[in-house]
Design a protein around this ligand. Structure first.
Ligand code: PMP
Ligand code: GLN
Length: 383
């Protein structure tokens, strides 16, 4: 169709997200899809049973703007038990349509034209476009392989009176690294006497191996300036439900909800009821680290004898594979070629760097059934 109106794009540099692109390609070529992060196995039947129960019961109209109270109460209990921080269900907890929407609402609520937002690259792809739509400028701190440590001296240099926000993410997508207690204490010290706010993207809080999850909630001064974001999709194997939540002190939640109420008004009601019941079964999230550690190890086992260089992921359900001993092709081209020719889809890491730095790394999702991982391992070992 011709374009009847001359439009100036608000996001001229933003392509279709790599997750959509690679999943479509995997489907087109019938490849094993280890690109976009989602499980290929079912969630708990109990969760489905609860969902059907509440739909049949008639919980099918709008939820309250901030989310149903029983779910917010369960979340408050969990935050207190796991991280020792009290959030009031009425004023400090909001149910969202997934982590993505929580992040978008938080950025939009507090960022203005001229503000600077510190992002750590490789950065999850939804952060920068939201910042740019607010007329603010993403400022990047680069994390480099193999360990992707944050250079806090660099952060200190970048902090100034324009710094409105920092977005941190641990366990980290796409690298699978985690922030340590030292990182958190350093950040806390750096931000003293600044008016910078934090979004802490903790959607992988339970998918962490042999480390303690260093939530901002464990650090009072950090928690007091943070929106903390979670995703039920990741924790309960239901990414398609698109439900999550945001914890933030009342003064931040007040602003958050002003955006949230006009962005979506409220999130899916029957699913909120189902989750409010299911959250009482703590085992479901307490055993998640073990569950995914076994999958990571199974995947690594299946790669024995391959030509990849591997640093095992400390968290998330993503494993980076360094293919530099195999080829020097750009990662974006290789991800496409292997989807078509080998039959396995992955995510190129360079897309998460603003300068598209190519360290010859592909990201593979191991939230898959053992049969899928065996097949994937066999294909990757043949390369
Ligand atoms: N942050 C990170 C780091 C993610 O990997 C994802 C993808 N799950 C999200 C946020 C978004 O979560 P949701 O699917 O609940 O929107
Ligand atoms: N978070 C998922 C990933 O990193 C993708 C979510 C999405 O497709 N937007 O693969």
């Amino acid at each position: 169709m011709p374009e009847p109106i001359q439009l100036t794009s608000k996001l001229p540099q933003t392509p279709t997200t790599i997750f959509t692109t690679m999943t479509a390609l995997a489907e087109k070529y019938g490849a094993i899809n280890l690109s976009q992060g989602f499980p290929d196995f079912h969630c708990s039947p109990k969760l489905i049973e609860r969902e059907l129960y509440y739909m049949k019961k008639g919980e099918n109209q709008y939820a309250p703007m901030q989310g149903i109270l029983p779910l917010r109460e369960q979340i408050a209990l969990k935050a207190e038990e796991l991280y020792g921080r009290t959030y009031h269900p009425d004023t400090e907890i909001t149910i969202t349509a997934g982590g993505t929407q929580a992040i978008y609402a938080a950025i939009t609520a507090i960022t203005r034209p001229g503000d600077e937002v510190i992002l750590f690259a490789p950065a999850y792809d939804s952060y920068a476009p939201a910042v740019e739509l607010c007329g603010a400028t993403p400022v990047y701190v680069k994390m480099k392989p193999p360990d992707f440590k944050i250079d806090w001296l660099e952060v200190r240099k970048l902090l100034n009176e324009k710094t409105r926000l920092l977005i941190i993410n641990s366990p980290h997508n796409p690298t699978g690294t985690v922030l340590t207690g030292y990182d958190m204490r350093t950040l806390q010290d750096l931000l003293q006497n600044t008016s910078a706010v934090i979004i802490s993207d903790e959607v992988y809080e339970h998918i962490i191996f042999d480390h303690r999850h260093e939530s901002v909630m464990r650090y009072r001064e950090l928690a007091e300036r943070s929106f903390v974001v979670f995703s039920f999709g990741k924790t309960y194997h239901v990414t398609g439900w698109k439900l999550g939540y945001c914890l933030a002190p009342a003064y931040l939640t007040k602003e958050f909800r002003k955006v949230h109420q006009y962005e979506i008004f409220s999130a899916n009601r029957p699913l909120q009821w189902a989750l409010a019941d299911f959250m009482k079964e703590k085992e479901a999230y307490l055993q998640l680290a073990d569950f995914y550690k076994k999958k990571r190890d199974f995947f690594l086992q299946s790669l024995q004898g391959s030509r990849f260089r591997i640093r095992p992921a400390d968290g998330t359900y993503f494993q980076l594979l360094d293919y530099s001993a195999i080829t020097d092709e750009p990662d974006t081209e290789l991800a496409v070629r292997w989807t078509k020719e080998i039959g396995i889809a992955s995510i190129p890491v360079s897309v998460f760097y603003p300068d598209k730095s190519d360290y010859k790394l592909l990201r593979f999702c191991f939230a898959k059934a053992e049969e899928t991982l065996i097949q994937a391992g066999a294909l990757l070992c043949r390369i």
